[in-house]
Write a protein that binds this ligand. Structure first.
Ligand SMILES: *Cc1c(COP(=O)(O)O)cnc(C)c1O
Length: 493
């Protein structure tokens, strides 16, 4: 197996792709081919615990790594999760299941990959003979930042710089980041939105002057965003795991595939579901759920990706994104590996803000993908409705997915079993969730968590209560044009 850049740069091994993060031509590393699992393979996966499942799947996806080598890493990575199943699948009534991916230390699904990435990164650096410090640069819409800080803090041979949009993340998300301890962590608020932060980070990866300065300090750049292959691969594992479990339970099989609905921002999580499908998992439709920033649902409906539209701040901030990086990997497959076409679409997106994949490819995409969106009013209604009917508390991101999946089922009459991917704990967004449930809250997000705990009888994770009293350690703010200087200044201090 090998990984090629979506924009044509030569194919390289998994360890090299993980260390680099992004390809030199600005493309993302994508698999040339994917391994295929059979029914028996899913049966044997179902017998393993989560770390063993993950090690098995990662060995299939990442050339240069063996299962034996990966197992101690997955064991260590998932030991910090507060559910013994790590990524449990729970029934939600009416043929729906929920895949809970928020049991890690930062309460969002990003931990599934970012607790693992430091292990993959340091092992890859060793395999590559890379002796420089790996300086991780990451833009965050709220959850990646804390998960990266938590994963990489005090990991020898690495440092991590996180950029978040000032005023663009939830109070709990911001507090989580600015209180991050660790000798190698740096956090900066950017005066702009998430797309500005993400574009700024990508520009630094392509800035020879900045790279030279970093190299002179003995550092090489890498990414902890979902553009990094080392983020994507652990995400494929939980889809294969969930399918193995639902096959074992007799809910799905080849003749009765599973629809999956994913609350989507950068298209990384849903792309992993697509890879799981290509690897032989019995998956039917992939439902891409957006909030009011509905650029992806429009794209799946029309084949036109048009980011020329207002950017909305919503109650699901981790999905407030208009430029979905990982879509590029899917486009490469749609274009049957024609990187020239992908490069040209990406250039049009950059120059004109829009591209059109044409009717044939649109049809091909729609064979697998469905798009839909839910605004904040609908999201809040959904949180309330699922609590009333199922006594389950959804976070706002997951509620977007529940609403969009319901629309799809109503419109299409498709009654296939449905897996809803839950990407965050409701306690991470306690104020909005309490509000949606009509629970009166006096005070801040922390008071809201207490109120929610009382009303819903669901214990708040310890991380939320502890956060309240932690000291703020990071207060740097920069202009979106000055992110490089912020990184250098942090290291010089
Ligand atoms: C990051 C995130 C998303 C979006 O995931 P993508 O892989 O970027 O599509 C959705 N929900 C939550 C809670 C997140 O943190």
């Amino acid at each position: 197996m090998a990984y090629m850049s979506t924009r044509g740069a030569e194919a390289i091994s998994a360890p090299e792709a993980i260390v680099r993060g992004i390809a030199p031509d600005g493309g993302l590393y994508a698999p040339l081919s994917l391994p295929c699992l059979k029914k028996e393979d899913f049966a044997s996966l179902a017998k393993m615990d989560y770390p063993a499942r993950a090690a098995h799947c990662l060995a299939l996806l990442l050339d240069g790594f063996t299962e034996e080598e990966l197992l101690p890493m997955t064991k260590a990575a998932y030991a910090r999760f507060d559910d013994p199943q790590v990524a449990p699948v729970k029934p939600l009534g009416k043929g729906r299941y929920i895949l809970e991916l928020f049991h890690g230390p930062t309460l969002a699904f990003k931990d599934m990959a970012l607790q693992m990435l430091p292990w993959l990164m340091t092992a890859s650096a060793k395999k590559q003979g890379e002796e420089r410090e790996i300086a991780i640069l990451t833009a965050t819409s709220g959850d990646t930042g804390k998960a990266a800080l938590e994963g990489f803090k005090d990991v020898p041979g690495t440092s991590v710089n996180v950029f978040y949009p000032l005023g663009g993340v939830s109070p709990v998300q911001e507090k989580q980041m600015v209180t991050s301890a660790g000798s190698n962590v740096y956090v900066t608020a950017v005066q702009g939105n998430f797309d500005d932060a993400q574009t700024g980070v990508k520009a630094l990866f392509a800035d020879p002057d900045f790279i030279a300065k970093m190299n002179a300090m003995g550092k090489t750049l890498s990414s902890a965003n979902s553009i990094n292959l080392g983020r994507l691969a652990p995400q494929v594992a939980y889809y294969l795991s969930a399918c193995a479990e639902l096959m074992k339970a007799g809910v799905i099989d080849e003749a009765r595939p599973l629809n999956i609905c994913v609350p989507t921002g950068n298209f990384g999580n849903i792309l992993a579901a697509w890879y799981a499908k290509r690897m032989g998992a019995p998956i039917g439709k992939l439902i891409c759920a957006s909030n009011r920033n509905d650029v992806l649902s429009d794209f799946i409906r029309t084949g036109v990706y048009d980011r020329r539209r207002p950017f909305h701040k919503t109650m699901s901030p981790s999905m407030d994104i208009l430029i979905s990086s990982n879509l590029e990997r899917f486009l490469l497959e749609l274009a049957e590996g024609d990187c020239g076409r992908v490069t040209s679409w990406m250039k049009q997106l950059k120059d004109d803000g829009v591209y059109d994949i044409g009717a044939d490819l649109l049809k091909k995409m729609q064979e697998n993908f469905i798009g839909g969106f839910a605004d904040d009013v609908r999201t809040a209604e959904t949180i309330r409705k699922i609590w009333d009917t199922e006594k389950y508390v959804l976070d706002p991101h997951t509620a977007v997915a529940v609403a969009v999946a319901a629309d799809y089922a109503a419109d299409s009459g498709d009654q296939a079993p449905l897996l809803i991917v839950s990407t965050a704990s409701p306690y991470k967004f306690a104020a909005d969730v309490a509000d949606a449930l009509g629970i009166p809250v006096e005070g801040d997000a922390f008071q809201a968590a207490i109120a929610l705990e009382k009303a819903a009888g669901l214990k708040a994770p310890a991380q939320v209560a502890e956060l309240k009293d932690l000291p703020v350690l990071h207060s740097r703010i920069c202009e979106k044009e000055a992110m490089g200087e912020a990184v250098l200044a942090g290291f010089e201090k």
